[in-house]
Design a protein around this ligand. Structure first.
Ligand code: AP5
Length: 224
């Protein structure tokens, strides 16, 4: 069996923050379609040029593009035992695509939804700063860099994501409600959906997520 941990939630819920920690803890790679797309945009590849206009306006990149990226990434050898998905799937079509990639019964899936109020999401996204050098993430209030506006890990100048402007964030939240939230019912019907309160401290949320994942992996009990 291969483990698929899907971290699910609106923009700014903390999927990326928690996925990185979970990856270290479980030894599975964290796969973020957003990160892959941003790398392509920065590198100016054909994929990046195609994705850019969607990302900068807060819209979803078309399913066929993202599904291709996910397929290529999930077939790599480091995903052989399992993987953590951050920001994918985001539509019912994408969720069905993940299932179609693996023989029935091969995937042990656990979906953890991170629940956070819109007001908190807006604050988190407005204050987020990322390092283009090593991808470390900061928040100007809750987790500032010890080196001011530079990364305290590699010294690179920190940047604000272009899609974290107030106007684009509002569109991202609208798109989440319309296209992505329906996935909760999709995964509930498969009895693999669990939810954590994502409004507290990062450590506590991580413990909650880990508890759910461990239980699903057979190291305890939890009911969907
Ligand atoms: P993507 O990069 O996936 O963005 P997102 O889903 O909108 O999520 P974010 O990365 O904004 O937030 P997060 O939940 O990871 O929160 P984070 O941990 O960073 O997608 C970007 C775009 O790419 C999309 O709009 C779309 O165009 C395209 N795309 C990507 N995937 C796609 C797909 N599958 N299909 C189609 N298009 C796709 O945390 C946010 C901030 O809060 C940080 O500063 C962090 O330090 C802070 N923080 C985190 N947790 C806490 C906490 N507990 N307390 C206080 N602060 C916290």
């Amino acid at each position: 069996m291969k483990t698929a941990v899907i971290l699910f939630g609106p923009p700014g819920a903390g999927k990326g923050t928690q996925a990185r920690r979970l990856s270290v803890e479980l030894g599975y790679p964290s796969v973020s379609t957003g990160d892959i797309l941003r790398e392509a945009v920065a590198a100016g590849t054909e994929l990046g040029l195609a994705a850019r206009k969607y990302m900068e306006s807060g819209m979803l990149v078309p399913d066929e593009v993202v599904d291709g990226i996910a397929r290529d990434r999930l077939m790599r050898p480091d995903c052989a035992r399992g993987f953590i998905l951050d920001g994918y799937p985001r539509t019912i079509n994408q969720a069905e695509h993940v299932e179609s990639l693996f023989p029935r019964g091969e995937l042990n899936t656990v979906v953890v939804g991170i629940r956070v109020d819109d007001e908190v999401l807006l604050r988190r996204l407005a204050g987020r700063r990322t390092c283009p050098g090593c991808a470390k993430m900061f928040h100007v209030q809750s987790s500032p860099s010890k080196a001011g506006d530079r990364c305290d890990e590699c010294g690179t100048q920190l940047v604000q994501r272009r899609d974290d402007s107030e106007q684009v964030v509002k569109e991202r939240l609208r798109v989440y409600q319309e296209n992505t939230r329906p996935l909760i019912e999709f995964y509930k019907s498969r009895k693999v959906y669990f939810e954590v309160d994502g409004s507290g401290a990062v450590d506590g949320i991580f413990e909650s997520i880990l508890g759910i994942v461990n239980a699903r992996l057979g190291r305890g009990a939890v009911s969907a």
